[in-house]
Design a protein around this ligand. Structure first.
Ligand code: ZN
Length: 88
């Protein structure tokens, strides 16, 4: 079973160690290949491709809240959103 993380801005998730149930590989999300899906980013075991971690894409409210708390990535995303052309 893949672990689902519903807060992208939770500190330290990229450095958290995971163990693959299927092949007992151990490592962090930094070592796993990532697949982007519509609603989440999926991190797979590099040895057997078993999905280990699902990180749900942050909502605008989550980005705003994290930016308000000083999260550097969220501040960057807010800047990107602010400069993007608005759909009409
Ligand atoms: Zn594995």
């Amino acid at each position: 079973m893949a672990l689902t993380l519903d807060n992208y801005f939770l500190p330290g998730w990229r450095d958290r160690r995971h163990t693959c149930d299927a092949c007992e590989w151990q490592g962090t999300a930094r070592q796993m290949p990532m697949e982007l899906h519509e609603d989440e980013a999926q991190f797979d075991c590099p040895q057997c491709e078993n999905p280990l971690l699902l990180v749900v894409h942050p909502s605008l409210a989550q980005v705003q809240a994290a930016a308000a708390e000083g999260h550097p990535e969220a501040i960057e995303q807010m800047a990107i959103l602010a400069s993007a052309p608005r759909p009409h």
